[in-house]
Design a protein around this ligand. Structure first.
Ligand SMILES: *Cc1c(COP(=O)(O)O)cnc(C)c1O
Length: 384
């Protein structure tokens, strides 16, 4: 019996390790030169004249972006129910309310046709989530936002790198885009995130709020020729800065982002081919010419599969393979359900997707034989 194949594992090379050691030896552990380098490198990666703000999680980045966009008590922010709770919770941090929208049944991305109906006098922003690394219909969402004067903050936790109509997510006309470098994401810094924006005022506010509302960050204080001890607090900010230890990982992870994406796409194609005769709905691909980040490979058990999704995951675990579910829709969680008095059927596409969805292992550390094990296990379970 081979060992357990986890659902996800990071892909960290010797370069990352050497960079972390270098950071430790340098004595600069918190936000400093390596974070600055990572930010500059990320801006170059996005490839437009954007500003980049490294943070200690995507959750922090989303919170900062919404705060800087002026979201506050009494406001409403439209987002998808088919996401991780971070997307919705940051809205509540600000005393505003999350208004959930159902998803497209094929892509699990928010359905722009349903968004417009939810817009009311309190609506201030839309937060699209590029599920699994496939872009939302940003053309439609941005045009709705323009029509109603709404901010758009993209939750791009799955979307590095993803393109939409040939443009990299992060370079579109939204107000801000936020990436996650959590341990399971397409590139990782352990914990971390990046906020990208082309709005200099928003960037300025996010930089100040990232570190206690202090007008100069530590690196600036220690490298500029003004007295190092002096700073001014201009707002009750947060503690959301990225450490140089994390940035050390990010510097090398980002260099491999396209290589990782190619490997993930190749693995997704192998799964597609292997499963095409099985009673499953395969994940949708990006339109011709566009890039899917393939953060997740999510299959859906067809209705004629007699076992439940939960049983399928148990059987996979018995065969030594870790699976997961993305996501338990927010409206099914007690907090969101009770706060907004939501019923499971209020979002029928999300509910149906959730009930039959399974995320299979898909990461660059997997070998061909690891992937073959997953394929054999899925076939054994579904072919009988
Ligand atoms: C992982 C994830 C987040 C949160 O990212 P952190 O870096 O862990 O804060 C937010 N939204 C989505 C859709 C995610 O998958």
């Amino acid at each position: 019996m081979s060992s357990f194949l986890p659902f996800a594992l990071p892909d960290i090379g010797d370069e990352e390790i050497a960079e972390v050691v270098d950071a430790i030896k340098s004595g600069w552990l918190t936000t400093g030169p390596k974070t600055k380098r990572f930010e500059d490198q990320f801006a170059a990666f996005i490839g437009s004249d954007c500003e980049t703000i490294a943070v200690n999680s995507a959750t922090a980045g989303l919170h900062l972006a919404l705060e800087a966009a002026g979201i506050g008590p009494g406001d409403e922010v439209i987002t998808t129910t088919y996401t991780f709770t971070a997307t919705g919770e940051v809205v509540r941090y600000l005393g505003a309310d999350s208004v959930f929208v159902d998803v497209d049944p094929l892509t699990f991305n928010m359905d722009p046709k349903l968004v417009e109906a939810l817009i009311g006098p309190r609506t201030r922003a839309i937060v699209p989530v590029h599920f699994a690394g496939l872009s939302c219909n940003m053309e439609a969402l941005l045009s709705i936002a323009r029509k109603y004067g709404l901010k758009v903050i993209e939750d791009a936790a799955h979307a590095l790198p993803t393109t939409c109509n040939g443009k990299l997510i992060g370079s579109l006309e939204s107000d801000a885009t936020v990436y996650s470098f959590y341990a399971t994401k397409t590139i990782t810094t352990g914990e971390g995130g990046m906020l990208v924006t082309r709005d200099p005022e928003l960037a300025k506010r996010c930089r100040v709020m990232r570190l206690h509302g202090i007008s100069r960050d530590a690196f600036d204080r220690y490298t500029s020729n003004k007295p190092a001890w002096h700073y001014e607090v201009v707002a009750p900010g947060f503690k959301y800065n990225m450490t140089d230890l994390a940035a050390s990982l990010g510097i090398h992870q980002l260099k491999k982002a396209w290589q990782f994406q190619k490997r993930r796409a190749a693995m997704a194609a192998i799964y597609d081919e292997a499963f095409k005769e099985l009673p499953v709905i395969l994940p949708p691909h990006a339109p011709e010419g566009d890039v899917h980040a393939w953060h997740l490979y999510v299959i859906r058990l067809r209705d004629d599969v007699s076992i439940s999704r939960d049983r399928f995951i148990e059987l996979m675990a018995e065969k030594g393979i870790g699976c997961s579910v993305h996501f338990i829709p927010l409206h099914l969680h007690p907090y969101w359900r009770d706060r907004y008095n939501l019923k499971p059927d209020d979002f029928p596409n999300a509910l149906r997707a959730y009930e039959r969805a399974v995320s299979l292992p898909l990461y660059t550390k997997m070998t061909d034989s690891d992937q073959q094990r997953v394929i054999d296990a899925v076939k054994e379970i579904l072919e009988c």
